[in-house]
Design a protein around this ligand. Sequence first.
Ligand code: SF4
Length: 375
Amino acid sequence: MSVADILAQARDGRRISPADALLLYREGEFIHLGAAANAVRRAQNDPATATYLVDRNINYTNVCITDCLFCAFYRPPGHAEAYVLSREEFARKIDELRAIGGTRILLQGGHHPDLRLEWYEDLLKWLKAEYPDVEANAFSPSEVTHIAEVEKLPLEEVLRRLAAAGLKGLPGGGAEILDDAVRDEISPKKLKTAGWLEAMRLAHKHGLATTASMVIGFGESYEHRVNHLVRLRELQDESLAKHGNGFTAFISWTAQLDTVPMSGLVRRKGLRPAGAQEYLRNIAVARLFLDNFRHHSASWPTQGVAIAQVALNAGCDDYGSTMMEENVVSQAGNSTMSSIVVEEMQLQIREAGFVPAQRDTRYKILKRDGVEAEV
Ligand code: SF4
């Protein structure tokens, strides 16, 4: 099949194959990929609206023993800059979020060797008691797997206990590229592809909200990217069929490699950061291939507002979230901004040609164009 045939097939709502996706990556021009992805996005979601989430990222600790080569955020145990947030710091951050109408916190941190499961449970219980109106999505697959290893408990048991303590969802971080050839090179101590997928499989089984992420620009091949998308699509099929609960959305961004430990690898391989063109091609191919993901989010922190606005017209139906602070990607390179205030985000969505609609984690619309949505 030609690129044009594949794009026509996807626009008609017929599933494309991994070989088709590979051809799109190799030969598809953005102008064509983006137009087809936009047509699919408009068929799957309200064409007039682009959603956003008012939330806050909170990095509860920067202590980590996993030493990913692309990470400039973490500090080893005992380092002078190592921290674990206090309850007072959590409270201040969440109060700031509530002041702008926020509904969710996203807790992510390093793999701390000494924090026990009870610490995470106590935190979630405290959050639920103090802030019942703010949903806690927390601990990506690699974090929950690390907790299970520290406790020597089955992962499912850990997830069950965290959910009982108040956990509502798992962030999709730590996926990077779901191909062990890439993971072995950039994050050899981190959980492998099968581990990431298994954590999400169990999260779906236990009714948690999840997202799927993808980070490009590590020097991965197009085959590696297709493998990543195939694994997500297969798990989504499985989880929706078994539990009626799968990933709520897909989001990709570009690796920031300016100041990271893998700068030697970057030099050796002659890696250049994935730019705007490659980012946009990737989100378009993902929209065309992941036909069982209704929602695709744009990423403004790595590519900036202008490209995120283009993304809304090239496959994405969601503008992402306010984040309020972002410490992981931004410490590794030229992140364009670390937070967007709500009014600015609404303005940018309008400029891109859409009505801005505030949503919750599960994409229920809370406000449309600043006005409370009818229940
Ligand atoms: S990316 Fe996460 S797991 Fe890897 S070193 Fe950084 S904090 Fe640790």
